[in-house]
Write a protein that binds this ligand. Structure first.
Ligand SMILES: [Zn+2]
Length: 84
């Protein structure tokens, strides 16, 4: 009799539990917006945006700031839409 390529039920249960735990961890990690979320600075207009702004991922918003002070120190001004 050939060896079955399929794992036994106990192994399947462990795999299921593993994926369930991974899903829970993913939900916990994704649900709250992290405090002190980084800002995106527009390298063209020198304005910076919060993570909730609709311009956050604009084509020129490639400069990343960890704090508001960091953006201002770099000569960037707060966006008038999101007012970070
Ligand atoms: Zn903005």
């Amino acid at each position: 009799m050939p060896i079955l390529p399929f794992p036994g039920p106990s192994v399947l249960r462990r795999i299921a539990v593993f994926f369930l735990l991974m899903a829970i961890c993913g939900l916990l990690a994704a649900s709250p917006a992290p405090a002190g979320a980084p800002y995106h600075g527009n390298t063209n207009s020198h304005k910076f945006h919060s993570a909730l702004c609709r311009y956050y991922n604009c084509p020129h918003c490639t400069r990343i700031f960890q704090t508001r002070d960091e953006a201002i120190a770099a000569g960037y001004v707060p966006c008038r839409v999101c007012n970070p």
